[in-house]
Design a binder for this molecule. Structure first.
Ligand code: HEM
Ligand code: HEM
Length: 217
């Protein structure tokens, strides 16, 4: 009887300990949701990788559909896939860009030399600018060409303004040019991340994988 009572107390104590650990865990998670002074929080990390997958996917579909050997009917269906995916991730990408511009970037990590930190910031701003240019030139190019934006088989998003051939050409060229620029900047960005991992301690790269502990910025 006595041993049963002791067991029960132990069980209760363990449950309480688990609750305390769990509570601290959620508290830590809440703390780490937002960027720290010298690192990223889980929200940034989630947005970064979701946006990266979306942009890379749009870039591949875009290139495939405009490739010289893509037949006309395949071009049409790939454009629909491209615009459907783009519309789906539009708000996420826009939010991701303006959130970063609004809250700013965290500071340098301990192992990052100041000149490389500055170069990385220029590259990050260039990437954000490229996303914005792609997001604006894409739909405006479609609409100025007098077309609707196809969204899977659900909808056709009609143009709010009249077609304009000269504007259409300009916007299409803008979309094409920024697709190329963004790819080059992306390569520099990824090369920088891998240089960090291979030749440095990788601290700067790690902060885009695991949230940095510390006071929110
Ligand atoms: C970050 C977002 C985007 C990326 C990375 C992207 C990427 C690309 C790429 C690589 C191309 C091929 C360019 C070339 O001709 O060399 C392309 C074409 C195109 N994109 Fe996007 N795009 C994005 C957003 C959008 C949006 C939001 C729309 C419209 C809703 C759109 C509509 C189109 C259309 C219609 C074409 C075909 C243009 C043509 O035939 O020359 N794109 N895109
Ligand atoms: C496999 C691909 C990618 C890798 C390995 C990668 C890696 C990283 C790393 C390690 C950081 C933190 C660097 C620092 O704080 O100095 C970072 C930040 C950043 N990356 Fe990427 N990245 C990739 C794709 C992309 C893509 C496709 C974009 C946008 C088109 C992008 C835009 C950014 C931006 C704007 C930042 C600054 C922080 C933020 O606002 O999220 N990255 N990336």
């Amino acid at each position: 009887m006595l041993s049963k009572a002791v067991d029960l107390r132990e069980v209760l104590q363990r449950m309480r300990a688990l609750l305390v650990v769990g509570w601290r865990g959620t508290d830590n998670f809440r703390m780490q949701l937002h960027d720290a002074r010298a690192g990223y929080g889980w929200l940034t990390i989630g947005l970064h990788w979701a946006a990266a997958i979306a942009v890379i996917m749009l870039w591949f579909i875009g290139n495939q559909m405009t490739a010289a050997n893509t037949p006309a009917d395949e071009y049409a269906s790939l454009v629909r896939v491209h615009t459907s995916v783009a519309v789906t991730v539009y708000a996420l990408l826009l939010y991701r860009v303006f959130r970063r511009l609004h809250i700013g970037f965290p500071g340098r990590s301990a192992d990052q030399p100041r000149p490389l930190f500055r170069i990385a910031r220029v590259v990050h701003h260039a990437l954000l600018f490229c996303i914005l240019m792609m997001l604006f030139s894409g739909p405006l190019a479609v609409w100025s060409g007098g077309d609707t934006i196809g969204f899977f088989s659900f909808a056709e998003i009609a143009s709010p303004f009249a077609a304009d051939e000269a504007l259409h050409e300009l916007l299409e060229a803008t979309h094409r040019t920024f697709a190329k620029i963004s790819f080059v900047v992306f390569l520099i960005h990824v090369a920088g991340a891998f240089r960090q991992i291979l030749l440095s301690r990788g601290e700067t790269s790690n902060r885009m994988i695991v949230a940095t502990e510390g006071e929110p910025d």
